[in-house]
Design a protein around this ligand. Structure first.
Ligand SMILES: Nc1ncnc2c1ncn2[C@@H]1O[C@H](COP(=O)(O)OP(=O)(O)OP(=O)(O)O)[C@@H](O)[C@H]1O
Ligand SMILES: [Mg+2]
Length: 309
């Protein structure tokens, strides 16, 4: 089974207006609502590939209900811990010509220790050997930086495999618990290690350093410049397929989804990486928050190139 964990999800509401102005009422020409969360994005990509997954995390209030129902309607399983307060809503106001935007993110509800322990107990109760868990995104207010590390410890005890995609101290502490794979982008890898990431040699050194921190396998994604994997099976610089970029936000989440898809099929790491970059490229080529289709992803996989390092 595949589980995706999102600790600080959001209702993402995007309002399109002709022009942004202060001190007057703006009228929308379009509006949309998305189920915002890095783990949810992974589940949506998996769904597009026809793979079932269960979304786990914290939800609260009516917006939490809306997210749960929305995910279920997409065919994604749900198993949440409910917190007092309201799951956050993030608002984007964008102009029709896409030349300006205003984005306001709420902090999210405070998650008390009791609910944190409830989530750890839930994970302890459902994790099975051979399951795959994606832990992705930022931490909500009230949750300490070692929370992902604690979850990795529980999952490793059950011999479940963990892919961790977060930043900063949460990533550093998580790495020390030996997750199967971490996937920072180049900027996040630089922030984690303090080392330069200006060229392939430097990025390869940074990836090696992150393995020293404890992660078994490291993929550093570099947007349209592709990705680099550092693992016991080998290290490669991977060329991503050329696509017309429409919205690269969420490409990394799709990459994680592609990696998981291939990993659950037992492919070797190099083949998994090809799936990952193809899924990232497919999503970057879509507008809005759409993820790539299975047909497009399968076409792009054959265009991935490898350079052994
Ligand atoms: N414009 C693009 N063209 C081709 N492939 C892309 C493009 N943008 C992203 N990708 C693919 O997606 C992968 C992940 O993208 P990126 O490095 O931007 O992730 P990220 O910064 O973690 O994104 P996010 O956190 O918003 O999901 C890249 O390694 C690459 O394979
Ligand atoms: Mg990312």
């Amino acid at each position: 089974m595949i589980y995706t964990l999102t600790l600080n999800p959001a209702v993402d509401r995007e309002l399109t207006v002709q022009a942004v102005a202060f001190d007057e009422v703006l009228r929308t020409s379009a509006s949309r609502v998305d189920y915002g969360g890095k783990g949810f994005n992974v589940s949506r990509l998996l769904k597009s590939l026809g793979i079932a997954s269960t979304a786990v995390g914290f939800l609260g209030g009516r917006s939490g209900e809306m997210l749960r129902t929305g995910l279920q309607e997409l065919g994604i399983g749900t198993d949440f811990v409910w917190v007092p307060g309201e799951t956050r809503t993030n608002i984007s106001i964008v102009t029709e010509s896409h030349d300006h935007y205003i984005k306001v993110n709420e902090r999210g509800p405070l998650v008390e220790k009791a609910q944190q322990e409830e989530l750890l107990a839930k994970i302890d109760g459902i994790a099975q050997p051979g399951d795959w868990w994606v832990l992705a995104g930022s931490l909500p207010p009230g949750v300490e930086e070692d929370f992902y590390a604690r979850i990795v410890r529980v999952l490793n005890r059950h011999q479940a495999k963990v892919v961790l995609d977060t930043t900063g101290d949460a990533l550093r502490l998580g790495c020390a618990e030996r997750p199967f794979l971490v996937k920072p982008n180049a900027e996040e890898a630089h922030a984690l290690t303090g080392l330069p990431v200006g060229n392939v040699t430097e990025i390869c050194r940074v990836a090696g350093e992150i393995r020293q921190m404890g992660a078994e396998n490291v993929v550093i994604s570099m947007g349209k410049a592709g990705a680099l994997m550092h693992s016991a099976e080998g290290s490669w610089l991977v060329g991503t397929p050329k696509v017309e970029e429409r919205n690269p936000i969420g490409a990394g989440d799709s990459m994680v989804g592609g990696l998981i898809w291939a990993l659950t099929r037992g492919l070797d790491l190099k083949a998994c990486l090809a799936c990952g970059v193809a899924c990232g490229a497919a999503t970057a080529s879509q507008g809005g928050t759409e993820v790539g289709s299975r047909e497009l992803i399968e076409r792009l996989i054959s265009q991935v190139t490898f350079l052994p390092l």
